[in-house]
Design a protein around this ligand. Structure first.
Ligand SMILES: *Cc1c(COP(=O)(O)O)cnc(C)c1O
Length: 406
């Protein structure tokens, strides 16, 4: 195998910056270095103008108004601002929030925090295909429910939730709907007003923009939503998020949004063809399973379990050549099996044997062919060495085995 080649199939962790984005950012580091809040000179005006323009580019991608876009440092902060901000602002109405077990940690940990502040949280289970059960959602709503927060697309499986149906349930019961749309924005249409989403988090570095900048969409009419600031200071961003704006980052974010709006459809078409090829070839291996609803899924993601193969070990066989994440992705330090996959009913072993492939704008067909070969070799190699695989091939029912003491 060619040691010089390292293929990046981990675009759900972060995407490379589009060179066109970098080019737009450069002047804002030196010549146009002003503070967008400086109202008294050209430097400030220029920076403010650039921020306004980026806000417009982003609003256009969302079919939103400029003023509905609040800049933050990323989706983690946006999620914190949305959940904590709504919890505080709507405290008189109630203290109950509904979410799901398979949300990103930036949602789940914020919910845990709010529980200590007196919030009651319902963590919905998901079905085996990763989708929330709409009847469960509706049944969970109480008179004290102030917010439903459900992600647009899952970071580990790419599964897309039935956004419009969820929004209709929220609308019917007069409950605010927030979505962590980090994995969806810029890759599939995400139009909060049209769908009925009232708050929406997303981040630049998952859509070919720079790291350290994100946004929260906050609906300004029908309903007019307010969140209490979590960062106090100069009153920037309509008082919802103080702090000097990251002007170069915001300029890049805006450009990334513009490119996404113009190229989303063709990117999705191309990348889904590559994803389908990768999936078709890898599932030719015995005992593989695609995780998540294949009919409601992002075009660039494939999460595959290779039964009886330990994912981390498998990854080691090819991680000099192909960069992916394993079924222990978001907590890989602890090697816990992915709670997202376990939440979908996969056993610990199957969760541990899973690999997430996430393609992107810069993935080529050669990359995919190379990855298919590297991963197939790795799986075969691991299985050749595995006594469990041998037992499986001998027809031993592995579920009936009594393993000795843990
Ligand atoms: C990456 C990600 C986040 C965190 O975004 P940051 O900008 O890195 O803070 C939140 N939610 C989801 C679904 C993500 O994929």
């Amino acid at each position: 195998m060619d040691k010089r080649r390292l293929i990046y199939l981990d675009n759900n962790s972060t995407t490379p910056c589009d060179p066109r984005v970098v080019e737009t950012m450069v002047p804002y580091f030196f010549e146009k270095h002003g503070n967008a809040a400086s109202r008294s000179h050209q430097y400030g005006w220029e920076a403010e103008e650039a921020v306004d323009y980026a806000r417009e580019q982003i609003a256009q991608l969302l079919g939103a108004e400029d003023k509905e876009v609040i800049f933050t440092s990323g989706a983690t902060e946006s999620n914190n601002l949305a959940l904590k901000g709504v919890f505080e602002m709507y405290a008189r109405k109630g203290n109950h929030i509904i979410t799901a077990e398979t949300e990103h940690k930036a949602i789940l940990d914020t919910c845990k925090h709010l529980e200590k502040q007196g919030a009651e949280i319902t963590y919905l289970k998901v079905k085996e295909d990763g989708l929330v059960d709409l009847a469960d959602l509706e049944a969970a709503i109480r008179p004290t429910t102030i917010l439903v927060t459900l992600m647009w697309a899952n970071n580990e499986t790419g599964v897309i939730q039935p956004m419009r149906e969820i929004a209709m349930i929220c609308e019917k019961h007069g409950v605010l709907f927030h979505s962590d749309a980090t994995q969806a924005v810029g890759k599939i249409p995400t139009l909060p007003r049209e769908i009925g989403v009232h708050l929406m988090s997303f981040t630049s570095h998952k859509m070919y923009g720079p790291k350290g900048v994100g946004a929260l969409y906050v609906s300004r009419k029908n309903p007019r939503v307010k969140v209490t600031a979590q960062m106090d200071g100069g009153g920037h961003e309509r008082g919802m998020r103080s702090g000097t704006l990251n002007v170069p980052g915001i300029v890049g974010f805006g450009k990334a949004a513009e490119i996404a709006r113009l190229e989303m459809a063709q990117d999705a078409e191309r990348v889904s063809r590559l994803r389908d090829k990768l999936e078709r070839e890898l599932t030719k291996l015995e005992e593989t399973k695609i995780n998540g609803n294949v009919n409601s899924r992002m075009p660039h993601v494939s999460n595959i379990s290779f039964k009886h193969v330990e994912g981390e070990g498998l990854m080691m066989t090819f991680n000099q050549n192909v960069a992916v994440s394993s079924g222990s992705a978001c907590t890989s330090a602890s090697l816990e099996p992915s709670y997202v996959l376990v939440g979908m009913g996969l056993g610990d072993d199957l969760a541990h044997s899973s690999i997430r492939f996430s393609l992107g704008r810069f993935t080529t067909e050669e990359d995919v062919d190379f990855a298919i070969e590297a991963v197939s070799k790795g799986v075969n190699h691991m299985r050749e060495l595995s006594p469990i695989w041998e037992m499986y091939q001998d027809g031993v029912d592995l579920t009936k085995i009594e393993w000795s003491a843990h």
